[in-house]
Design a binder for this molecule. Structure first.
Ligand SMILES: Nc1ncnc2c1ncn2[C@@H]1O[C@H](COP(=O)(O)OP(=O)(O)OP(=O)(O)O)[C@@H](O)[C@H]1O
Length: 780
């Protein structure tokens, strides 16, 4: 499609204004554009070629013509003398110059007209702009010839439609087309469907689509043949009557409309455009028609509508707000084409002959006025069809979305049901676990109490065995206690079995609960919470159980304390009586004293052997073993009054004497070292604890040092090849007396006497003060 040949500055402006619109992607985009006006001067017909007429239109160039130009007339002679002035008897030439967008002369073909007018409209149509072309002119001026033409010279309607199909073919890859046509005529102010002749149709104003022909049928066309067939059909139905001016005069205004809908395949943008091609009825003066009656009325109506058209054009050209479209059916129909949303081309057809002087003059005047009309052009990108299409699509999508949401909702609901089921299941499991826990606690309580009672009964039986002689009473008591113990045992067994079952069931439920949480992570938190609660409850039960056991033991302790008190009182009484009567043996006294010591929390210290005389020598240390005895204290009679008084008794003889050599013989030097080291390590720790030394920072430091020293020793001992007891003195003990105490405690703890050679022992006491102590001890 070629570039439009706009030459006038005005139309160049119009073009530059219009071009960006064509590139616009989204619509509607508005702009104003002038009506493009071209004038076609048809060749004079036979009648006009006679002597009685002259040419009143002179085409200067392709845009300018002169109406009624001055004629270089032959010399005017008066009385044989050539006169300088004009012939005053003749009418003066108007010699009016008209300028149009294009002026076509006699030789111009319809194809040329098409090239300069409607061909460019195809681009606009493809961009979604409404376009209209109407042929204006007097009867016989060549309107129908221009619009319809003939077989040899098809009119611009055919050519435009052919171009439209060509464009459709070119653009079919990128967009889909739908084409429809309607063909109507306005005859005597009645609208007829030329493709389906019948009753007159009514015009309706539609707020959205403008003026609509009610009941008009739009024929879908797919190819040019269909179109041309319909066009032929419509033309044949058009009202024609011969007039003086035209033997085949069209007595109606014919409106051929093409509806184009395009959908962009890539963007799915829908564009719609309407092309209106109007062949107006010819204007004529009543005097010209030469007819009266029906033809005259017909002409009057034509003139009326054309007059209304002229008024509309004038109003539009003057920029008035009110345009009298409603004055005629024709102007109502052309409302869109003239001042509406339309790119309009007006082809003004004129006869060159002076026989149509006034008609031509009027046509040229109207055409000039029409040039001033500015139409409000907008691209129909977003149009009804698009909305409908979009809405259908949106509705479809919304339906899908709704369905999806419904599905999700259903799933959610079912999920919620599952959740609810799971919750119920979980709650039941947790309740069961709680019930089991309660039962377990009760059974465990019973079992613990039974065990404790059974143990107490066994203790009682043991005590009883020591207290009673082998008498029937003892046997009876023993039998009774034995029965009770047996009963407790049975109860224990039953309870233990029950407890095992409960624990298994509880474990099973716990596993199930954990499994449930694993399968349904959303339940994990709930399960975790429930577990924590159950654990808390279980701990609470355990504490409760311990308290019960403590209570029972406390009662037992009280009972035993009571028993012990009675026993001690009785023992003391017996002992004192025996002693008073001189029946108390040494052993008895010793045991009594041991008991008293025991009750006081004191322990005996057993020394290996008496220190021999050699120990008196401070300068030399004999190699003889020594037994260090605690100072022997005399029985203090003043202190005999109660057990809480101290009795000084001979320490019992050591039961076992194991010398270092024996230890070595048993396990070797390493074993001896290990034993001693471990003993020391443990004893040191215990010592500090027992003496509450750990409470002071100084003691803690000492303990640490001591422990480190022992550790070092242990480390050294492992690698030592030869160690003896003398190495004991090498310990870096901060305070010697502490160390002495340690050694003593080792002996007590193991209930053994470690034979320490005097020289070894004395090495600890190099200090003179300590040596004195030792000597004093030895003396004692
Ligand atoms: N450019 C032209 N070249 C040759 N013949 C033409 C041309 N224009 C018109 N004619 C002829 O002039 C006659 C009248 O033309 P036409 O029927 O097109 O006039 P009209 O304006 O439609 O008249 P009416 O309004 O009465 O229908 C026709 O016979 C037509 O063939």
């Amino acid at each position: 499609m070629g570039k439009p040949e706009f030459k006038s500055p005005r139309h160049r402006n119009a073009l530059t204004k219009t071009r960006p619109l064509l590139k616009a992607k989204q619509g509607p985009v508005r702009s104003s554009a002038n009506v493009r006006v071209v004038v076609r001067v048809r060749p004079p017909n036979e009648r006009e070629s006679g002597d009685n007429s002259r040419h009143v239109v002179k085409i200067v160039d392709d845009q300018v013509l002169i109406f009624d130009p001055k004629i270089n007339s032959q010399a005017f002679f008066y009385h044989g003398v050539e006169q300088k002035g004009r012939d005053l008897l003749r009418k003066a030439n108007k010699d009016l110059q008209f300028m149009f967008d294009k002026v076509f002369g006699y030789e111009s073909s319809n194809a040329e007209i098409f090239e300069s007018t409607t061909k460019n409209l195809i681009n606009s149509l493809m961009d979604g702009y409404n376009c209209s072309v109407f042929a204006y002119g007097a009867t016989g001026a060549g309107k129908t010839y221009t619009m319809i033409g003939n077989n040899d010279n098809p009119g611009i309607t055919f050519l435009t439609m052919a171009e439209l199909f060509k464009a459709r073919e070119n653009l079919q890859g990128e967009r889909s087309f739908e084409l429809g046509i309607s063909y109507i005529e306005v005859y005597n102010e009645m609208v007829q469907d030329l493709l389906n002749p019948g009753a007159p149709l009514q015009l309706r104003d539609d707020g959205r689509y403008g003026v609509m022909v009610a009941g008009i049928k739009v024929h879908k066309i797919d190819n040019p043949d269909e179109l041309f067939a319909l066009l032929d059909k419509g033309n044949s139905n058009r009202t024609q009557h011969p007039t003086d001016a035209n033997a085949e005069s069209s007595r109606s205004h014919a409106v051929f409309q093409v509806y184009i809908q395009m959908e962009m395949k890539s963007t799915r943008e829908v564009r719609a455009a309407k092309l209106s091609m109007i062949d107006l009825a010819g204007s004529e003066r009543g005097s010209v028609t030469g007819y009266g009656g029906a033809r005259f009325a017909e002409g009057a109506n034509i003139n009326k509508s054309l007059l209304a058209l002229g008024n509309c054009i004038n109003s539009l050209a003057d920029g008035q707000r009110y345009i009298p479209y409603r004055d005629s059916k024709l102007t109502r129909l052309l409302k869109d084409s003239l001042g509406g949303n339309c790119q309009t081309v007006m082809v003004a057809n004129v006869s060159p002959s002076s026989l149509s002087y006034d008609d031509t003059y009027n046509t040229l005047k109207y055409a000039t006025r029409a040039k001033k009309i500015k139409s409000d052009v907008k691209k129909n990108v977003v149009n009804v069809e698009l909305h409908v299409g979009e809405y259908v699509k949106i509705v479809e999508e919304l339906k899908k979305e709704l369905e999806k949401v419904r599905m999700q909702l259903t799933e959610k609901v079912s999920e919620k049901k599952v959740d609810s089921k799971l919750s119920i299941q979980l709650s039941k499991m947790i309740e069961d676990r709680k019930r089991l826990l309660d039962r377990m606690y009760n059974v465990e309580c019973s079992e613990n109490m039974v065990v404790l009672r059974r143990q107490l009964k066994e203790d009682a039986d043991a005590r009883l065995s020591g207290l009673l002689n082998a008498t029937p009473d003892k046997e009876e008591a023993h039998r009774r206690l034995g029965n009770m113990v047996s009963r407790f045992h049975r109860q224990e067994d039953t309870l233990k079995t029950e407890l095992t079952e409960i624990k298994l069931a509880k474990l099973d439920l716990e596993t199930k609960t954990d499994e449930l949480a694993r399968q349904h992570p959303e339940m994990e938190k709930i399960v975790e919470l429930a577990n924590e609660r159950l654990i808390s409850t279980e701990k609470h039960y355990q504490v409760d159980l311990m308290q019960k056991k403590c209570s029972l033991l406390e009662e037992e302790l009280k009972s035993r304390a009571n028993l012990l008190e009675k026993t001690c009182k009785m023992l003391q009484s017996c002992y004192l009586q025996l002693r008073g009567h001189g029946f108390a043996t040494d052993l008895m006294c010793e045991e009594y004293q041991s008991l008293v010591n025991h009750l006081q929390g004191r322990k005996n210290i057993t020394w290996d052997s008496p220190i021999d005389s050699g120990l008196s020598s401070t300068s030399s240390v004999s190699s003889t073993d020594v037994e260090v005895r605690p100072p022997k204290r005399k029985l203090n009679d003043e202190n005999i009054n109660g057990l809480n008084h101290t009795f000084v008794m001979e320490p019992p003889k050591p039961k076992v004497k194991v010398c270092a050599e024996e230890l070595m013989a048993k396990g070797g030097i390493d074993f001896l070292n290990a034993v001693i080291t471990e003993i020391f390590y443990g004893v040191v720790s215990n010592l500090f604890v027992e003496r509450n030394l750990y409470k002071t920072p100084n003691a803690i430091r000492k303990k640490r040092e001591l422990c480190h020293a022992i550790k070092d020793k242990r480390a050294r001992a492992v690698s030592a090849t030869r160690v003896n007891a003398a190495d004991l003195c090498n310990y870096n003990v901060p305070e010697r007396d502490e160390f002495v105490t340690i050694v003593i405690r080792v002996m007590i703890k193991f209930n053994k006497s470690v034979v320490i050679r005097p020289n070894t022992f004395l090495m600890f006491f190099k200090n003179e003060n300590r040596k004195e102590d030792v000597e004093q001890t030895r003396r004692d």
